[in-house]
Design a protein around this ligand. Structure first.
Ligand code: AGP
Length: 605
């Protein structure tokens, strides 16, 4: 999604903004631009398609010093990738950048007769022209007139030509955080652009006006009343957002998983079992729920699928997992006795946020599992279970997935305990086995050379199938997504037993099938499905446990994970699937950390 940064202060705005855009690259984009308020208070703009490095190279031509400006990385929604459509957009005395979608922009073009004025195809430029038409010298008054006209989501960073050194910002749904630091005042789409300057920051409340000057960062209502935003202390520092010798953030984050799991699990154990009192999550919330509804997107939804496969047999209450973008438009069968669990690494995914808001409208208690402190979903949920993976920079989610699983396993254990499905010893045993899955994951990560060889076997595949049953099926969903999003190979996950109902028609000689067979309870059935695809010439990569007996010739490649109980194969399996995807992407010479078309946090619909 688009990245926004604004700066005003004593330092070089060009340098700070360009560095900030580099920090925001991980959000996903296809062009970038800056606007600088020059000493003589005219606003200089520069835009480039492609990488931020293109913009940095072009910016060398700007010699004049500037102490305030705004920058933007654009993930195209309206209009193609072109310099014209790249932000910032200038309209008369207004220059702005925008993240979000103004859904009624066509209507606004007609309403304000902008057809002949527009230089771009974007909804953002429409907002700039309307704002300029309202501007009579008072930024707050003009912005206050613009907002009620807009339908959809937005975060704007705005400069007015006759207000040198001042930056204004406003948001609705799309995120913005800000900080006043020794280096000046900053506003950005997320913390990664602020963290080099400050670990204290605040979230701009929706439909409030932020005014930055070289000496302040103040928040106002549109009635002119100043409010004091809650200052948040970041739980990570700049160091965490560096590669530290790894060739990619994704590989670094795969290696960080065992530590992230310890950080997420250990502080929540009291007498050897999960305890959420420090998180402010009462046992009554778990004890009273008669069913669970999970809503999330992508990898987060896959974590929910694994949770369902665990909770239903363990706790014997129904668990429904919904894709948030579907759930938000449904009339869900939820009520005050339904615990709605929202899962989101970024805490900003717009569909997941909408699902949360729908659940609250139905009166259901909401608990979110979120990795980013102070994010919108975290702030709007009734209860929050933070994961402690640190910043996840690679677009492909790895450590965030693992810590989401850990949080959900802890919740499941506490749920079973408070509902009397576990006695204390059983809860302790479950927790110990969960912890034992972490060293098993470390063992797998040490085998990365073996896994790289597996990846190299499938570099040229056009289609790949991931199959499994039960928990292994939920893992196969994540394995297919990981591979798709960073290798661009079409990969499909299938419940192993379902393959025969049509899709097996696609299995022809050489088609790779990754079969996950760790659930011993249903192992025989899964291996039968493997035989069926093998009989049709598939290239079978079988992932199973150390001691599982596999008949000769059943698989072309076998990767074995340490021998652990079925329910706790989650972390080693996650590591295998992540590394397979990683090495295929590397082997194909692709941009592992910033794959094409993708964004780290999908804040538009
Ligand atoms: C996963 O690798 C992708 N980056 C994507 O599916 C992601 O999980 C999804 O967009 C949800 O993001 P969130 O967890 O920040 O809500």
């Amino acid at each position: 999604m688009c990245g926004i940064i604004g700066y005003t202060g004593p330092l070089s705005a060009k340098e700070i903004i360009l560095n900030g855009l580099t920090q925001l690259e991980y959000r996903g984009y296809d062009s970038a631009g800056i606007a600088l308020c020059m000493e003589s208070s005219y606003i200089r703009m520069l835009k480039k398609t492609g990488k931020v490095s293109n913009l940095k190279e072009a910016s060398k031509q700007i010699k004049e010093v500037s102490h305030s400006g705004i920058g933007h990385t654009r993930w195209a929604t309206h209009g193609c990738v072109s310099e014209n459509n790249t932000h910032p957009h200038q309209a008369g005395r207004v220059t702005l950048v925008h993240n979000g979608i103004i859904e009624n922009y066509h209507q606004l073009i007609c309403q304000f007769g902008l057809e002949k004025k527009l230089k771009s195809e974007t909804d953002s430029e429409v907002a700039a022209w309307i704002l300029d038409s309202f501007y009579q010298g008072d930024p707050a008054e003009a912005i206050g007139r613009l907002l009620p006209l807009l339908e959809g989501s937005y975060s704007f960073c705005i400069m007015f030509e006759d207000c040198p050194g001042e930056i204004y910002a406003v948001r609705s749904v799309s995120p913005l955080v800000a900080a006043y630091t020794h280096s000046g005042a900053l506003v950005a789409s997320d913390l990664t652009a602020l963290i080099p300057y400050s670990r204290q920051y605040f979230v701009l409340p929706e439909k409030h006006l932020l005014k930055l000057t070289a000496y302040s960062a103040k928040v106002y209502t549109f009635e002119g009343r100043e409010i004091m935003p809650e200052i948040i202390e970041a739980d990570w520092n700049m160091d965490a957002a560096m590669k530290h010798g790894f060739s990619h953030f994704m590989l670094k984050e795969i290696h960080e998983q065992p530590e992230a799991l310890n950080q997420t699990i250990l502080p929540r154990l009291t007498d050897g079992i999960p305890d959420f009192s420090q998180d402010g999550i009462p046992d009554s919330l778990l004890k009273n729920c008669t069913r669970i509804q999970i809503a999330a997107c992508g990898t987060a939804m896959h974590a929910g699928m694994a949770a369902r496969a665990l909770i239903e047999p363990l706790v014997r209450i129904p668990v429904t997992v919904s894709i948030a973008s579907e759930f938000r438009y449904e009339e869900p069968l939820i009520d005050k006795n339904t615990l709605v669990i929202i899962i989101s690494q970024s805490g900003e995914t717009i569909d997941t946020l909408a699902a949360l808001r729908l659940a609250k409208n139905y009166g259901s208690p909401t608990l979110s599992v979120v990795n980013v402190k102070g994010s919108t979903i975290a702030r709007e949920s009734d209860y929050v279970l933070y994961t402690h993976a640190g910043p996840e920079i690679a677009v492909a989610s790895t450590k965030a997935y693992s810590v989401q699983l850990a949080a959900l396993y802890l919740l499941s254990c506490r749920l079973a305990y408070v509902k009397g499905r576990f006695n204390l010893d059983q809860a302790k045993g479950f927790t110990n086995k969960l912890l034992s899955s972490i060293p098993a994951m470390k063992e797998v990560i040490k085998c990365k050379n073996e896994i790289q060889a597996i990846g190299n076997e499938i570099l040229s595949a056009a289609d790949i199938f991931f199959i499994g049953r039960g928990l292994d099926y939920s893992f196969s969903l994540e394995g297919a997504l990981k591979l798709k999003e960073i290798s661009y190979i079409h990969a499909e996950a299938y419940a192993a037993g379902e393959l025969k109902h049509g899709t097996i028609a696609l299995i022809s000689p050489g088609v790779p099938v990754v079969a996950i067979a760790t659930q011993e309870r249903i192992l025989g059935k899964t291996l039968s499905n493997v035989k069926e695809v093998k009989a049709r010439g598939a290239f079978v990569i079988l992932i199973t446990k150390e001691e599982t007996e596999i008949s000769p010739g059943l698989a072309d490649v076998i990767f074995r994970i340490p021998q652990i109980e079925d329910r706790f194969t989650i972390f080693p399996i996650a590591a295998v699937l992540q590394l397979i995807a990683y090495f295929v992407s590397v082997g194909k010479g692709l941009d592992v950390d910033q794959p094409r078309n993708l964004a780290k946090s999908v804040t538009v619909e």
